[in-house]
Design a protein around this ligand. Sequence first.
Ligand code: HEM
Ligand SMILES: *[C@@H]1O[C@H](CO)[C@@H](O)[C@H](O)[C@H]1NC(C)=O
Ligand SMILES: *[C@@H]1O[C@H](CO)[C@@H](O)[C@H](O)[C@H]1NC(C)=O
Ligand SMILES: *[C@@H]1O[C@H](CO)[C@@H](O)[C@H](O)[C@H]1NC(C)=O
Ligand SMILES: *[C@@H]1O[C@H](CO)[C@@H](O)[C@H](O)[C@H]1NC(C)=O
Length: 536
Amino acid sequence: MEHLLIAGPILLTLYYIYRRWTGISVADIPGPKADSFLLGSQVESFQSQAGETDFKWQAQFGDVVRVKGVLGTDRLLVSDPKALHHIFTSGYNISKTGFRREITRLLTGPGLGWANGEDHLRQRKINSPAFGMAETRSYIPVYLAYANKLSAEWKERLGGDISTVVDAPHYFTRFFLDVIGEVAFDYQFGATNNSNDRVAEVLSSVVPKFTTPTTFDILVLGLLELVPVPLLKAFTQYAPTKGLRNSRQVERVATALAKRLVEEKAEALMAGKSKRDIMSLLVKANASANPRSNLSADELYAQMQTIMQAGHETTATTMSWTMLELTQHPEVQAKLREEIQATERAIYERGDTEFTAADFDSMTYTIAVMKETFRFHPVAFNTLREATRDELLPLSKPIVTLSGKTITELPIPKNQVLVISIVGYNRNTDVFGKDAHQFNPERWLDGTVKPAANVGMYGNLMTFGSGHRGCIGWRFAVYEYQAFLIELVKNFEFSMDPTIVSKVRREAGIVMFPTIEGEVKKGPQLPITIRAVEQL
Ligand code: HEM
Ligand SMILES: *[C@@H]1O[C@H](CO)[C@@H](O)[C@H](O)[C@H]1NC(C)=O
Ligand SMILES: *[C@@H]1O[C@H](CO)[C@@H](O)[C@H](O)[C@H]1NC(C)=O
Ligand SMILES: *[C@@H]1O[C@H](CO)[C@@H](O)[C@H](O)[C@H]1NC(C)=O
Ligand SMILES: *[C@@H]1O[C@H](CO)[C@@H](O)[C@H](O)[C@H]1NC(C)=O
C-alpha cells in the first residue's frame, strides 16, 4: 500500500516529464492562475455570465488560453480561426467529448447529437435530406402563420392602450414550440392555444432546467468528465438521483410519442400519402436506405427529442436577444422597418400577399441585423471537443509561451480537452472588425467582416458550430427567425425600461438566456415595451 502511495505520484510525475519532453504538453501555454488545485478556474468560468471569462481571458492571453480544470487538468479555450478550422475539419479525430455525448444521450437518446464516428456519419446521411434548402423554405408559410398569430395576440394585449409590457421569452418559447411541432412532426402541441399537452410540457422543461451550476455541481461535473464513459453509462442508467430520474421519464414520454408518430408516418408512406414534415422525411429516407445504413428504431425515435432539444429554445432565445438589441438601437429598428415596408409594398404591387423565400433573401438590411444578432448572442456559447490522437493545431497568430518560445503551431496531446469558445470567436477583431464588442449590423454591409476564416455554417460565424457536425437545422433557424423578425418589426415598436436594461444578465445555462439581476430564480425573463406601428 505504502509502495503504491509513493509509486503513484512518481509515475505520474515521470509521465508528465515524458509528455513535456516529447513536446506534447500544453503546460507552457499562458492562461489565468487557478483559484485552487481542486477546482482550477472552473468556478469563475462557469459562474460568470455567458462569455464573460472568455472575453476577459481572450483580451489577456489571446485566442488560445490554457485554463485550469479540476484536479490540475488543463483545458484549452480556443477562439483562433485557423485552429478552429483545423479542429472542425479533422473528422472524428477531434470529436465531441465522451462526457458531453453521454449528457446528450440522456437528454435525447441515441440520436444525431450523441452518435460518433461511423454511426454519426450514417445518421447524418439519413437526416440531411430533411434539412435541405428546399424543405426548409417550404415551411415559410408555417413560420409566417405563427408569427402572425403572435402579433395578433400582442395586439389584443395592447387593446386600446398606447403601449404595454410583454415578457419576450414567455411568448417565444410557446410560439417556437408550436412551430417546431408542426414543421418537424406535423403534430400540434397547442402551446399557443394554452392547451396543456403533456409531451410539450415534459419536452420543453428540459433545457431551461440547466442553469448556472453551483460550486458543488462544478466539482461533480468536472470529476465525471474524467470518468471513463462505460462507467458513466452504468451510472446514468441506474443511479437514483432526481435529475436522472427526470430525464429517464422525459425519455419515456417522448419515446412513446415518437413511436406513434413514426408508425403513422410509415403507414402514410406505404399509402403514398407522405407529408413533408421532418419526421416523415426521415422515415422516408430510412426506408430507402440499405440495411447497413438505415436507422434502428431507437435511433429514429431519438431524432424527435434531438430536434426538440436542439431546435426549440435555441431559436426562441435568439429571438429574445434580438428584442433586447432592437430596444437599445432605435435607428436599427427604424431602418429595418423601412426595408420591411418597402418589401411589403413590392409584394402587394406584384399582386402577392405573402413574403416568399426570394423576398427573405433579398432583404439585405434584415439579414445584416439577423447575422449581427447571431454573432453577438450565440445562444450555444461554447462546445467541447477532445483530441483522440496527438494533433498539431495551426495558429492565426503566434503564441509566446511561458518559457519564452514563439510558436506558430501548437502540438496537443491525445485526450486534450478543447473548449471551443463560440462566443469568443464571434468577437474576434481580425474577422469582425475593431468594434467587434459592439452591436453594429453595418459591419455586414460595409465590408468590415473578413470572410477569410473559413469556419462556420453561416455568415462565417461559429454560432451554428462548424464542419460535419455543425448545426443541421441552421437554415431552418434562419428562415424561422426572419419570419418572426419581419412580422414583429412590421407591427410593433420596441423599447425597454432603462432601469431594467442594466439588470439584464446573460445566464450561462445549457443555452444562454436572459434573466434579470435579483430575479434570476424566476428563470428566463425580458420585459419589453411594445407599441403598435401604423400600417400601410
Ligand atoms: C438559433 C438557433 C440555433 C443555434 C444557435 C444552434 C446551434 C448549434 C450548434 C452550435 C451546434 C453544434 C454543437 C457542437 O458542435 O457541439 C448545433 C448542432 C445541432 N443543431 Fe442547432 N442550433 C440552432 C437551431 C437548430 C434547429 C432549428 C434545429 C432543428 C430543427 C437544430 C438541430 C441541431 C442538431 C440536430 C444538431 C446536432 C448535429 C450533429 O451533431 O450532427 N438546431 N446547433
Ligand atoms: C485522422 O487520423 C487518421 C490516422 O491517425 C489519419 O489517417 C486521417 O487522415 C485523419 N483524418 C483527418 C480528416 O484528418
Ligand atoms: C388552436 O386554435 C386555432 C384557432 O383558434 C385552431 O384552429 C387550432 O385547431 C387549435 N389547435 C389546437 C392544437 O388546439
Ligand atoms: C436497419 O433496420 C433494421 C430493422 O429495424 C435493424 O435490424 C438494423 O439494425 C438497422 N441497421 C442499423 C445499421 O442500425
Ligand atoms: C428503417 O428502415 C428499415 C428498412 O431499410 C426498416 O426495416 C426499419 O423498420 C426502419 N426503421 C423504422 C424505425 O421505421
